[in-house]
Design a protein around this ligand. Sequence first.
Ligand SMILES: Cc1cc2nc3c(=O)[nH]c(=O)nc-3n(C[C@H](O)[C@H](O)[C@H](O)COP(=O)(O)OP(=O)(O)OC[C@H]3O[C@@H](n4cnc5c(N)ncnc54)[C@H](O)[C@@H]3O)c2cc1C
Length: 415
Amino acid sequence: MHIAGNPQTLTAQQRELIDIAATLGREKFAPRAAKHDRDATFPFDNYQDLREAGLLKICVPKNLGGLGADFATYVMVAAEIGRHCGATALSWNMHVSSCMWSGFIADALDMTAEQRADHEVNRRIHHGHIVERGLVYSQPFSEGGAAAAGKAPFGTLARPETMNGEAGYVVSGKKIFASLAGAADFYGVLCTLDKPGATQKDSLYLAVPADAAGVSVVGDWDPLGMRGTVSRTLLLKDVFVPHTARLMPEGLYWQAAARFPHMFATLSPTYMGIAQAAYDFTVAYLRAELPGMPPVKRRMYPTKQIAVADMRIKLEQTRALFLQNARDACVDPDKDTRMRLYAAHYTIMENANALAALAIRTCGGQSMLKSLPLERLYRDSRCGSLMLPWTAELCVDRLGRECLYESGERDEAIE
Ligand SMILES: Cc1cc2nc3c(=O)[nH]c(=O)nc-3n(C[C@H](O)[C@H](O)[C@H](O)COP(=O)(O)OP(=O)(O)OC[C@H]3O[C@@H](n4cnc5c(N)ncnc54)[C@H](O)[C@@H]3O)c2cc1C
């Protein structure tokens, strides 16, 4: 079954890249997933395969040597990767996001001529790292406070400073859940420009080299799921980076986040893939087609058929919203598009977990043994709706408020 439903509706590039992801996923990522999950190790081997297949540069613009994939293409490929290894898809999302923010999203933003020229110089450097050297970027935004939910300025501060004649910033702060910690070559860190009265609008998106003085990765990593993301804590202590570290000009991240909200739903393709994988597993299990299983078919029982039909219905509902979301993405979406986006993101995250739970109930006791992938899918699927800024709860909060209030509306004080 194709991750994007009917492949005839896809562009030639979409078909080709999804096929590449499917082959890599089936032949390489899926067989390695259990080991990375068990040991909570980063899948460097998968990243080497992504690099060789050109998928690290999927969203680098064509004129900078990349594949120039758009949002819809990216999310479909990500879902196919998530189908085979959720942790690889999730951390790859952090890498590709750095290219999307600084690539096609930046192209659509309002910038002065000076900002545009500055951005061209900087992104040529960073996209060049990816295209020419296969380097990897991450995006540690979360800090454990209200910033990652978009409710407060980032506590990580960037103080303008010149060092040895080079203008730049000195960055200090702490990022929690920094996927690719110890694996990325650059950490794409969101910080606040250190100046009096700074607000969220003074955000700064900087690529900090992993080997810069003052960068360290601390804490252990032994979570429930998504163990191969190795999302440990990143500490930045007086780290100097030059002006060319800017992945966007000063203040532009704020504009990007406000005008391209679909970026916050780039976590959900991974979970679309997991939902698909839970269904794939169930069908293969009930047909007794899983390698290493005793050939005992269980498909003839009506209860199994009803359960699998229920799973298929949930899966197709999830896919329909996923594809709608992929194609809706644009700068300055109208209110209804944004509300569809919350609904889609919420549905994908929650249905992935519901499908994994249903798969275990339907297949039964032997299906959740560690020798099979289903119990990993179940644990990984639980992690999606916890991720900021759009946890399941926050999607519901936003949706409910925006259903009932138009912009600027307030209630009278209740006597
Ligand atoms: C496997 C994994 C990988 C991750 N990788 C990354 C990464 O690479 N980069 C990155 O930046 N982050 C990453 N994260 C972090 C993630 O995005 C969240 O920041 C993190 O899960 C938040 O956990 P918390 O306990 O600090 O949440 P809290 O902020 O304590 O929130 C707990 C819950 O309260 C609710 N809540 C929070 N704020 C509000 C509010 N203002 N109003 C109403 N309700 C609210 C939310 O529903 C939330 O689920 C990752 C997380 C996981 C699990």
